[in-house]
Design a protein around this ligand. Structure first.
Ligand SMILES: *Cc1c(COP(=O)(O)O)cnc(C)c1O
Length: 226
């Protein structure tokens, strides 16, 4: 994809975010666009940075490690969100790399992240991923366990625990899932709601998303992956 196309895509997504926010009686600046650059080369991230995009999402720690640290010196406002399933043995590198880890979803990972935060002396903001469709193959804490896990993570991490994230089941109306997550965040007084992707970010904004994670609508189609 050429740089002008990328800049035009970003511009169009920002317009659609703004329109969806205003329709919902919200402010456009209250919704952050996380540009999901997984599988796309560092050059694509650089083109997006040049077009004014500062917040990015990556699924894999290793891919993020290969692309992002070199960009930071020239882009102090760059923010990296890790949005993929996280193995406990990657916790330390994730804590080193990320500004936000969106996929805290089980007690053993909470333990590993707490140890990594202590070792590294830095703490990314943390979101709890909820498996809102209770899909067996999908990451995230089960709906029924969400309240207890949120409370335990709040005790462990304090204000670093910032919010909730979800990926609704493919092929279902996402709105009831988004609404459920928004209600859970409100009950726990958590301000960040990461929900909505290329196909459904406007619906997510209607339901209260503060962060939308948009990949293909910005960077184009990816090669098939997991
Ligand atoms: C890939 C991915 C996205 C972006 O998906 P698109 O449909 O390309 O916008 C968002 N969130 C997560 C967790 C992803 O893995």
């Amino acid at each position: 994809m050429s740089d002008p196309d990328l800049a035009a895509n970003l511009h169009r997504i920002h317009e659609r975010i703004g329109e969806a926010a205003l329709r919902a009686g919200r402010l456009p600046q209250d919704v952050t666009l996380v540009a999901v650059s997984k599988t796309h080369p560092a050059a694509a991230v650089q083109a997006a940075l040049a077009a004014g995009q500062a917040v990015f999402g990556e699924n894999r720690v290793q891919e993020a490690a290969a692309k992002f640290p070199a960009l930071r010196p020239d882009h102090p406002d760059l923010r990296l969100h890790l949005i993929g399933p996280l193995q406990t043995n990657k916790a330390r590198e994730a804590v080193r790399l990320a500004d936000v880890i969106e996929t805290l979803d089980r007690p053993r990972l909470a333990e590993a992240l707490a140890a990594a935060i202590a070792q590294e002396g830095r703490s990314p903001r943390l979101l709890i991923q909820v498996n809102v469709g209770d899909e067996p193959q999908k990451a995230g804490v089960a709906r029924a366990s969400a309240d207890a896990f949120i409370a335990a993570c709040r005790d462990r991490f304090g204000p670093a625990l910032a919010g909730l994230m979800c990926i609704p089941p493919a092929g279902e109306d996402p709105v009831p899932h988004f609404a459920w997550l928004a209600d859970r965040a409100a009950r726990h007084g958590l301000g960040v709601l990461s929900m909505g992707m290329s196909a459904d970010f406007e619906a997510a904004i209607t339901c209260g998303a503060t962060h939308v994670r948009v990949g293909s609508a910005i960077f184009g189609q990816r090669e098939a992956m997991k």
